[in-house]
Design a protein around this ligand. Structure first.
Ligand SMILES: [Zn+2]
Length: 481
């Protein structure tokens, strides 16, 4: 049985005594100092790394990791913090190199170039993020340039008492996090923490140990956290983050799903008439076609526009609320697609918009309604939908989306293969009417069917030996009579 892994981060509030706060703050500052020390001593490797090929770069980073482990030794840190700082420092060097390779002007952080903005934006993103992509970005923002006056977060990657962290539960259903927080040489190591009959959330086993280098912190956990994270996933890494108004613990959970072999294809079209249309096909047969309803979104947008006109303000807060709402709708759409894909065991197929400025048929007809509704599934949002699908499909064990070229999908008839721009009515943009076989359907649905079939054509008609398609899509598509 093959498994697919996904990761998702949960954020918990942590509250503790002044004494524990003192230990943690001290560790954060020590770890931060060690981080910059390591970064500064390894900075001269960035330029050479850029010149290496991918393979060599990987080897070099492995060597740098060993070097960093040596550099960190004299620092008065807990074992966990040592490996955490090394991991952070290497990740920082690696991402700086990656950014430089894509032509961006990236620099390693220094003690002096801290930036308040990126930290706050990163924090907001981390708390609000539901997919891995935005989490990674959030983490990058947080760790690259820490908030002025706030130390860098502490990181735990292991789960042992001597050098890790663990989520624990007591008999009353209260939750705690144990962290290996300080060095055995530290003045704090005189007091011991005793873990007595607490259940390890990760393993389900009862933990009994005492430690002179750790702390036990109570965490606040909601029912939603329990059902969405603890019940389904396993804690993998922990980050303790200091904010102006307290501390939060970000725990990344690993989820495993049994891999599903797809039996059908599910094409998604970024609609113009509807927000999105989708169709399930198999062996050129259409098994299901449907729309993702955007009515709520349309109404909400109208309301926003009316309010804005009344008040003559275009406040930032309103924009954020609007963005939040569309995010919610994107999740709804993604869920609807994933549920259908699960039901039909589908390979999801999407349009590849990389080379298209703003798709062919997504342009509005000349006299169409002048609302801003076409902004709804903008290119950016379609990309957001892609990210959500990537994550949510893996989460249930389905493969990530397959991409097909968007060109022509909206003017190709999925009955007879006729490829003609006249198949789309200039005045009635939501109508698809084939000039060759008279097949008629909603234009978005027709496009979704075509995208789905294109996915099947790509996977089944590719001639590996000659490295080309066995036939043209428009030749393959006609239904056998
Ligand atoms: Zn036709």
């Amino acid at each position: 049985m093959r498994m697919i892994k996904t990761f998702k981060t949960a954020v918990f509030n942590v509250k503790f005594s002044k004494r524990k706060g003192n230990i943690i703050d001290t560790q954060m500052r020590l770890a931060e100092n060690a981080f910059y020390d390591v970064i500064e001593r390894l900075a001269h490797h960035v330029e050479p790394l850029i010149k290496l090929n991918k393979e060599q770069r990987k080897d070099m980073l492995t060597r740098l990791k060993k070097e960093a482990s040596q550099l960190i030794k004299p620092h008065p840190l807990s074992n966990a913090s040592k490996s955490g700082v090394v991991a952070d420092a290497i990740a920082q060097i690696s991402s700086t190199v990656e950014l430089r390779l894509t032509g961006q002007d990236a620099k390693l952080p220094t003690r002096n170039n801290r930036d308040i903005d990126t930290y706050d934006i990163g924090m907001d993103m981390l708390v609000g993020s539901l997919d891995l992509e935005s989490q990674d970005l959030a983490k990058q923002l947080i760790y690259s340039k820490p908030y002025d006056g706030m130390p860098r977060p502490l990181l735990w990657l292991r789960t042992r008492p001597s050098d890790g962290a663990m989520l624990l539960r007591d008999g009353l259903g209260r939750y705690f996090v144990y962290i290996n927080s300080h060095s055995s040489k530290s003045k704090f190591s005189k007091a011991k923490v005793v873990i007595n009959d607490l259940v390890n959330v990760r393993t389900g086993e009862t933990e009994n140990f005492s430690s002179s280098t750790g702390l036990l912190l109570p965490i606040q956990l909601s029912k939603w956290h329990q059902s969405e994270f603890l019940a389904k996933g396993k804690p993998k890494s922990y980050r303790l983050i200091k904010k102006a108004d307290g501390y939060i613990l970000a725990v990344t959970f690993e989820f495993k799903a049994e891999k599903i072999e797809p039996a059908t294809y599910l094409g998604v079209d970024r609609g113009i008439d509807k927000i999105a249309a989708f169709a399930v096909t198999s062996k050129k047969e259409v098994l299901k076609k449907d729309f993702c309803d955007g009515n709520e979104l349309r109404d909400y947008q109208k309301e926003c526009e009316t309010n804005a006109r009344k008040k003559q303000t275009k406040g930032n807060a309103k924009y954020i609320r609007w963005r939040g709402y569309t995010d919610l709708i994107m999740h709804k759409i993604a869920n609807e697609i994933v549920n259908t894909a699960l039901k039909y065991r589908s390979q999801v197929v999407l349009e590849d918009l990389t080379n298209i400025a703003n798709g062919h048929h997504h342009r509005r007809a000349r006299f169409a309604r002048k609302t801003n509704f076409n902004k709804v599934l903008s290119r950016q949002q379609y990309q957001k939908l892609q990210h959500l699908l990537n994550y949510k499909l893996s989460y249930v064990g389905l493969p990530t989306p397959l991409f097909v070229r968007a060109a022509g999908t909206s003017i190709t008839c999925n009955r007879c293969g006729n490829y003609d721009s006249k198949n789309r009515d200039l005045n009635e943009r939501s109508l698809f009417l084939c000039k060759s076989c008279n097949y008629q359907d909603n234009a978005d649905v027709n496009a979704a069917v075509t995208i789905s079939m294109k996915g099947e054509w790509l996977t089944t008609q590719f001639d590996k030996e000659h490295k080309k398609m066995k036939n043209r899509f428009s030749d393959w598509i006609p239904l056998p009579s």
